[in-house]
Design a protein around this ligand. Structure first.
Ligand code: NAP
Length: 312
């Protein structure tokens, strides 16, 4: 009998749906694969994966009959897709259903930075408002220039939202896109130099590692604010921390970090950084839609139908 393996930390609702549809085997993470008996591993043909731990050739080789690796999330940088293709394993992800939430969070981070909402809230809560008067003047967001690094699905949703803030939209992508008059840059350094707020919406993985380099950060200048909702890997984090600590850029709004959730403690000492715990797609509604799309791919695979959102 073929089995579906469910790996990762799922909500009770997702678990109930997975149980109802697939009668699956559950494991917490890739390290637990070795604990499954060989015949149990051999029975697995499809897998639901949720997590950021690397899943590569070694793990796939422990599942010799795996045909589908369905990822929960649009970013599949933790999965070695070349190793999957070489073994005839199809990989799927959950694009589009999370665009709105991630774009909303990016805009929220931008507003928090410009209007100093975290600091202003602390000012009121601490009693300073009553004792010392109004909070310091901050920075106008509407009408300023934003640079979107990666005008993909999420990047475009961010740009659409910020266009409504009357912002001048600049972007970098590997090729120029059809846009309503937005300014294209073929170089991330030029984009950083043009923007007040630089928002990173790139894919993660080896190809975009440290794409926001020391030079890109330097080009932002002392008024520059970096927002990152992509992956921690896309930014040279050491260079970012140095620039933030030295005041060479104004601030950052970050949902993603290297070594999550054990992020570099230097971030906690910086009051010009708004920290979010990688919660871009973390609403009840969107996570339900992501779970549904993941299950729909598995159902299609078991039925021999075309996959909905294959990436290889
Ligand atoms: P997408 O539509 O594939 O867009 C990705 C962007 O990355 C595109 O603009 C693409 O450039 C660019 N890109 C891809 N490979 C590149 C390379 N080698 N060099 C330079 N640029 C490259 O992806 P999406 O759906 O918008 O998602 C983007 C990322 O957001 C995901 O991969 C994930 O890591 C992250 N994410 C984060 C959260 C969160 O909770 N914070 C939630 C969901 C997703 P072109 O425009 O030239 O194709």
């Amino acid at each position: 009998m073929t089995k579906t393996l469910v790996m990762g930390n799922y909500t009770e609702t997702d678990l109930a749906a997975l149980r109802a549809e697939f009668d699956p085997v559950f494991l917490a993470g890739p390290d637990d694969l070795a604990g499954l008996r060989e015949d149990a591993r051999a029975s697995i043909t499809a897998m639901a994966y949720k997590g950021h731990a690397p899943f590569g050739a070694d793990q796939m080789d422990m599942l010799p009959n795996l045909g589908l690796l369905a990822n929960y999330g649009v970013g599949y940088d933790s999965i070695d897709t070349a190793a999957a293709s070489a073994r005839g394993v199809k990989v799927t992800n959950t694009p589009n259903v999370l665009n709105d939430d991630v774009a909303d969070l990016a805009v929220g981070l931008l507003l928090c930075q410009g209007r100093e909402m975290m600091q202003a809230s602390a000012w009121a809560r601490s009693g300073n408002w009553a004792k010392h008067g109004e909070y310091q003047l901050n920075r106008k967001v509407s009408g300023s220039t934003v640079g979107i690094l990666g005008l993909g699905r999420i990047g475009r949703e961010i740009a659409d939202r910020l266009a409504a803030f009357k912002m001048d939209i600049h972007y970098y992508s590997r090729s120029e896109k059809e846009t309503p008059g937005w300014t294209y840059h073929d170089d991330p350094i030029a984009l950083a130099g043009a923007a007040d707020f630089l928002i990173v919406a790139l894919v993660g993985g080896k190809e975009t590692e440290k794409f926001v380099s020391e030079d890109v950060i330097a080009a932002m200048g002392p008024r520059g604010v970096l927002i990152n909702i992509s992956r921690g890997t896309t930014v040279d984090e050491a260079a970012l921390l140095d620039a933030l600590e030295a005041g060479r850029i104004a601030g950052a709004g970050l949902d993603v970090f290297l070594n999550e959730p054990d992020i570099d403690p230097r971030f906690y000492a910086l009051d010009n950084v708004v920290i979010q715990p990688h919660q871009g797609s973390g609403t009840v509604e969107t996570r339900a839609a992501m779970g549904q799309l993941q299950r729909d791919n598995i159902t299609a695979f078991h039925a021999g139908n075309a996959l909905l959102t294959a990436v290889n």
